[in-house]
Design a binder for this molecule. Structure first.
Ligand SMILES: CC1(C)[C@H]2CC[C@]1(C)[C@H](OC(=O)c1ccc(O)cc1)C2
Length: 228
């Protein structure tokens, strides 16, 4: 790892750590009762705070704010679902105190989300959990997801590639250092990004089915996902 790479690493991890889901949101997880409606409202709060955390993290990615402003919006809108699933998978499989995970799983299962989405969602959580990613890998993988050049409406893809490439290189080196006994570990991490893309489709279905049952989203979620 070069000096520059170490500096980049520290900036990304610091940004990733700086913004966590507020405690009151996760505390409500255990308090509120279990109706489908209550669960939906809780998930709405979680999703809204996840998107706020995502925006703050993205603004701290070195070079992001120097991109074309339209492209900044296109990258955020294009990656919000994937970054949210990646972060919640990491929270789910690691940080959540015992018992919270089961409660959140219960609430997700009883919030009006169709079974056909629940299965791929928890399969994804399981496959991320099995990787036992360290914090640096989680932060870099999230930044790499956000800096995906071929999102819809991105005009200057090269500028995004120039930011993403050094992070992919750095993640590759990190994986070799962190998992010397697993040469294919880096490839497995990138495989998660492919699995993530399939969840975009399910997520769109999920939003539509909630909309059909006239559930209300927050303004931030409406804006980032172009609903309502
Ligand atoms: C854990 C998850 C990532 C998974 C289940 C809840 C999540 C926070 C997310 O919920 C939404 O996207 C969502 C969108 C709109 C809304 O009103 C509520 C939730 C999908």
């Amino acid at each position: 790892i070069t000096k520059e790479q170490d500096a980049l690493m520290k900036l990304i991890v610091e940004a990733y750590n700086k913004h966590q889901i507020p405690q009151d949101v996760t505390k409500k997880l255990l308090q509120e009762q279990y109706s489908t409606e209550e669960n939906f409202l809780l998930l709405t709060e979680i999703a809204t705070s996840q998107v706020q955390v995502l925006v703050e993290f993205t603004k701290n990615i070195p070079g992001f704010l120097s991109l074309d402003h339209e492209d900044q919006i296109a990258l955020l809108k294009g990656s919000a679902v994937e970054a949210m699933f990646l972060r919640s998978a990491q929270v789910f499989s690691r940080k959540m105190p015992k018992g919270h995970t089961e409660v959140l799983e219960e609430r997700i299962r009883k919030s009006g989300i169709s079974e056909e989405f629940i299965t791929p969602l928890f399969n994804f959580y399981k496959s991320v959990g099995e990787l036992h990613m360290v914090l640096e890998e989680q932060a870099l993988l999230t930044a790499i997801t956000i800096l995906t050049p071929d999102r819809p409406y991105v005009r200057d893809q090269q500028a995004v590639e120039r930011l993403q490439e050094p992070m992919v290189e750095l993640l590759k080196k990190l994986c070799v250092l962190q998992h010397p006994q697993e040469p294919q570990y880096f490839a497995r991490l990138l495989g998660r990004l492919t699995e993530l893309r399939t969840l975009n489709h399910y997520h769109a279905e999920m939003l539509t089915s909630w909309r059909v049952n006239d559930h209300k989203f927050t303004p931030l979620l409406c804006e980032i996902w172009d609903v309502q």
